[in-house]
Design a binder for this molecule. Structure first.
Ligand code: SF4
Ligand code: SF4
Length: 403
């Protein structure tokens, strides 16, 4: 098994133990009475109650690394402590339902139930030997593979799409501290992509973008033959340059925006660009109580510390309530995971607010069809998790996430 050094994930020399990462944490501030002490224990690897409260309450929102004044990457330390836990004690069986490379997981179950038109699309994405992929190709990660309807030809233009179950970028595993698996994914992807002639990969999802562009090369030794870019940037350029004629087309629409966790590590400019696109289309943007780098997780990351569907539901409902409280007509997301979680949440709560992906709004402004299958897909995911997946959800057994 590969050795992972703590220093590769957290800069102990840079950390002055100021405790800001916890005192400014949107999830834990106010719940931790001694942030400096709790952080010092986590740094030292001391298994105290105050350290445990952090490690079992973290929602992986990544704010701590965005606000750390010394660039020490405190989020990396939390992941490293979870890695130690995962390697020594395994994880509950229910975690395997959301791990895209495990047997009979929820992603695969949702893909197996796709309508015929989306199934055909998905099947067409699997062949990596297509010459048209070489100059520039769009990577459809797990979240787009369960929502192929989101791949609007009007937005893609001439960019061909590829994606397959085995090409998972490993984000979910990374988020849970399953580093052994992430290292294997990095090695497998390096080998697979080295056999292609791809020169630019455009990631549809900002999480896949951060993992492929930064996390896998920086921490797990991946070497890709292509440059990685983000589809949201490609689209924003086309909108703001006027190539896509959407200016003022959604005039007066009041929206609020969910900033996804990885956007905090990718910088304020990426988040601002999404708002500029909305304003260019005529939308009025109102902010939630927690936004930008202080944004709360959509609920997905809530499951990473204790693997609890209850934690995830509570997180999703809480965020929907905040969105609803702004008075916005729609909650706009630019991450497919947020889209899925909020779509599940709108079926579980009276705090309903219509959830729209930014790309769907651009389609609407263009006058292009917007299939809006997100609610149906969310129902399919709930069935995969709590229908067929129920025995694993309640199982007391644990398993080791191998390499
Ligand atoms: S990780 Fe950063 S914010 Fe946290 S204690 Fe260290 S220096 Fe302060
Ligand atoms: S990742 Fe988010 S929830 Fe976890 S400690 Fe950092 S700021 Fe807090």
């Amino acid at each position: 098994m590969k050795d992972f050094e703590l220093e590769d994930f957290f800069d102990r020399e840079a950390c002055d133990l100021c405790g800001d990462c916890l005192s400014r944490c949107p999830e834990l501030s106010g719940k931790i009475s001694d942030p400096v002490g709790a952080w010092s224990d986590i740094v030292a690897g001391i298994d105290s109650d105050r350290a445990a409260r952090v490690l079992s309450g973290c929602s992986t929102c990544m704010t701590c690394s965005a606000v750390c004044h010394s660039g020490a990457n405190p989020y990396g330390l939390i992941l490293y402590r979870w890695f130690e836990r995962t390697r020594s004690a395994g994880v509950p069986m229910r975690a395997s339902l959301v791990m895209p490379l495990e047997r009979d997981n929820a992603w695969h179950r949702v893909m197996a139930k796709l309508p015929a038109d989306e199934r055909r699309l998905l099947d067409s994405w699997g062949d990596l030997s297509r010459p048209e992929l070489e100059p520039r190709a769009l990577f459809a990660g797990c979240n787009l593979q369960i929502m192929p309807f989101m791949a609007s030809p009007a937005l893609l233009g001439d960019i061909p799409v590829f994606g397959r179950e085995d090409l998972c970028c490993g984000e979910v595993y990374y988020r849970m501290g399953a580093f052994d698996k992430v290292a294997t994914i990095a090695a497998n992807l390096t080998e697979t992509y080295s056999e292609t002639g791809m020169r630019e990969v455009v990631a549809y999802c900002q999480a896949c973008y951060n993992v492929l562009a930064n996390i896998l090369p920086r921490h797990f030794g991946a070497r890709f033959p292509f440059k990685v870019s983000y589809f949201g940037d490609v689209l924003a350029d086309r909108v703001l340059s006027g190539e896509l004629e959407v200016e003022g087309k959604l005039k007066g629409l009041k929206v609020t925006v969910q900033d996804p966790c990885h956007s905090k590590l990718l910088g304020a400019e990426l988040r601002e660009r999404q708002r500029r696109v909305l304003e260019h289309m005529g939308c009025e943007v109102v902010e939630m109580k927690h936004s930008g780098e202080m944004s709360l997780c959509c609920g997905l990351g809530q499951g990473a510390s204790r693997f609890s569907p209850v934690d995830m539901t509570v997180g999703t409902v809480r965020r929907l309530r905040e969105a609803r409280a702004t008075g916005a007509e729609r909650l706009v997301v630019y991450c497919n995971s947020c889209d899925l979680l909020f779509s599940v949440g709108t079926q579980l709560t009276p705090f309903v607010i219509p959830v729209w992906h930014l790309n769907e709004l651009i389609c609407e402004a263009l006058g292009e069809p917007v299939p809006r299958r997100n609610l149906a897909r969310a129902r399919s995911m709930v069935l995969a998790l709590f229908g067929r997946g129920a025995p694993r959800v309640v199982s007391p057994r644990r398993f080791y996430v191998g390499s």
